[in-house]
Each structure stands twice: as C-alpha cells, then as structure tokens.
Design a binder for this molecule. Structure first.
Ligand code: KG4
Ligand code: ZN
Length: 340
C-alpha cells in the first residue's frame, strides 16, 4: 500500500511516500526555521505563505525521489489537527484537491499520532507500550494496547515541554528554536547550579511553568543586580530537572501498567539527554526504550503516512466529504476519543 503523507501544521512543509507504513520511498522536508528565526518564533502568516509557495514543488520532488507517479498512490494522509490554522489549511486544501482530482481517498491524521507512529517506521515496537509525547504543544503519557487503542494517562497542566524550552531559550537570548541549543549547552554547564523545586503534580500530569519561571526569575534577578551569570549553568539545570521528571513519570507508568516498552514522540524526542537517560533508567527496570531517528523526530510527511496506514488498518473508512471538526485546536486527548 503506497501512501502519500502531507504535513504543514507549523513551519515544515513536507511530503513523503511510504510503502506499507515502513518503507520510506521519499520524505522531502522543507524547513522554514531560518525564516522565522529572526522573529524569535514562528509567524503564522509567513508560515502559511511559504507552505503555499513550496508545496507543489515539494510534491513533484517527492514523487520523483520515490520514482512513482500520483497514479501509483493508494491513499493520501494529511495532518488535519492540531497546528496553525492557516498552515494546516494549506496542506488540507492541497490534499483535498489531489484527492478530488485523482480520485485518491483521503485520510485525516492527528499530528501527534504522526509523531507516535514515526516510532514504528524504523523500529519493532512491542505492544502494549507507553508513548511519551513531548512536543512544542503537547506533553502526554499515553498507554497504547495491542489493538492500538489509546488511553491518555496524563498531560501537562500548563506549558508543554518544548514550549518551556523555547521560552527559557528566549530569556537566555539563544534564539529559536531553543531545544537543540539548550540540549548542547547542558554538557557545558553544571546541572546542579540552580536548585529547581520539583512541582508537586498528581498522577501522570505535569507542570513546567514553575520550572521555566525559576530560570527566568534567576536571570531577571542577576540582570537587576548587574551581576554576571553563565547561561550554560541555567540551561543545564533546566534540562536536568525536566528530563528527570519525564523519566520518573514514564517509568512509574510502565511499572503500574506492567509495560515493557516505551516510545518517545514529538520534537523533544530529539533531546539527547532524554534519549540516553530514559534508555539507561528503563534498562534498570527491564523496559525497552526506543525513539525515531532525528529526521523522523522533526515534523515530516513520512510519520503522517505511517499514521494513516495504521488508521486504515484499524478500519478507518475514508469519507467523501471530509468536514474535519476541531481542525487546528484538537488536542490528543480529544482525538483519542475517536480511537482511530
Ligand atoms: O514536534 P515539534 O516539531 O512541533 C510541534 O509539533 O509542536 O516540536 C518542536 C519543539 C520545539 O519546542 C523545539 O524547541 C523542541 O521541539 N526541540 C527540542 C529539541 N529539538 C527540538 N527540545 C529539546 N531538545 C532538543 N534536542
Ligand atoms: Zn510536531
């Protein structure tokens, strides 16, 4: 089964062609990071304009790389939620046009499910498993059973992990996106420099706002006093605290649910400390931890094609007139209610 995956929810325009949810024939990603960098974050209007400008060429490139034509495509998977509304609409409208024009059934894909299924492209994942979802907009611990039914065990009560990385980065003056830079700075700084109190949050919920504020308050205090400080120490203390909390909660969920497999999903899955620490601590508990390769951690079309494949396998029947309720704002816990 050949699926064309389209992703335009934020600042990456990507189109991929994936065979049977596993074999990536092409995964063309056009990143707009360099364009948005100078504004310190993604400017929605500019993002939409670049998607429009590039998407048709990206389709051509992707088909060429995969050495197929639209006539070979069985289904089109497209990110329909959540994300920037204007950006999503470019991908969805383009997908609808292709679908009508070439009579190819359309499969709407939730962006976070795309990140989760990115794990199945390259790795053999045992079910049931626990998915740790860590992105710019989400932080969730999700239980997935053998039949791919999802249960949300908990999520953030305030900021998402990626969001707090980006906010801390802004205060430290290291630009956008903050995650990859803070990740590098961790190894140059002292993680014990700033003692950050771990927020008391019940169950599998999280709170990152206080951790972010602890760093921001320290920076403001030092600036007010006119004293020097080393940003690497703050970056290290922040990352150390965040990764510790994520690891503890995920492994607690594994113990309680008797799960032996964890997958990490979302942009923050690229974090080197989260990958190594969760793997190390998981091994002590007999838990296997896997994550996608770096290219599949960023927003990309291949993960959307893979998620569309598993949605179809689970019995999704493409609709002729896709209405897409909840486009742009639908969080993963609401999407889970549909169980497809
Ligand atoms: O999944 P994603 O590409 O976009 C959303 O769907 O939200 O995630 C983007 C987020 C950004 O907040 C970025 O700072 C973060 O992922 N990120 C990282 C790393 N690479 C990207 N955070 C921590 N460490 C990284 N290495
Ligand atoms: Zn994403």
């Amino acid at each position: 089964m050949l699926i064309l995956g389209i992703e335009t929810s934020c600042d990456e325009t990507s189109i991929a062609i994936v065979k049977d949810g596993k074999e990536v024939l092409s995964n063309y990603i056009s990143s707009q990071i360099a364009i948005h960098k100078e504004y310190g974050g993604v400017v929605p209007e500019i993002a939409s304009r670049h998607h429009i400008k590039n998407i048709a060429t990206i389709l051509e490139e992707s088909l060429e790389q995969a050495k197929v034509t639209l006539d070979d495509i069985d289904y089109i998977g497209v990110t329909y939620a959540p994300g920037l509304i204007g950006a999503l609409l470019v991908g969805v409208s383009f997908a609808k046009g292709l679908s009508y024009g070439k009579n190819i059934p359309l499969v709407p894909v939730h962006h976070i499910k795309g990140h989760i299924y990115a794990n199945l492209v390259e790795n053999n994942v045992e079910f049931p498993c626990i998915a740790l979802v860590v992105s710019g907009g989400h932080t969730n611990i999700i239980y997935i059973d053998e039949n791919h039914n999802f249960t949300n065990l908990g999520g953030t009560l305030d900021d998402a992990v990626g969001e707090s990385y980006d906010k801390v980065a802004r205060v430290l003056g290291i630009g956008y996106p903050g995650g990859p830079v803070i990740d590098k700075m961790y190894y140059e700084g002292n993680p014990d420099f700033l003692k950050i109190t771990e927020p008391k949050v019940d169950g599998y919920n999280f709170s990152f706002s206080g951790i972010k504020t602890a760093v921001i308050n320290y920076v403001n205090k030092m600036k007010m006093k006119g004293e020097e400080f080393a940003p690497v120490d703050l970056a290290a203390s922040f990352q150390g605290t965040v990764v510790d909390i994520l690891c503890k909660k995920v492994l607690k969920a594994c113990a309680e649910k008797n799960v032996k497999q964890v997958i990490i999903a979302g942009g923050v899955a690229a974090n080197s400390l989260l990958r190594s620490e969760l793997k190390r601590r998981g091994a002590e508990q007999g838990v296997e931890v896997s994550y996608p390769s770096m290219k599949l951690c960023t927003d990309n079309g291949a993960m959307i094609a893979a998620a569309a494949y598993y949605k179809l396998k689970k019995g999704y029947v493409p609709e002729k007139n896709l209405t897409l309720n909840g486009i742009a704002t639908l969080p993963i816990d609401k999407e889970i209610e549909t169980q497809l």
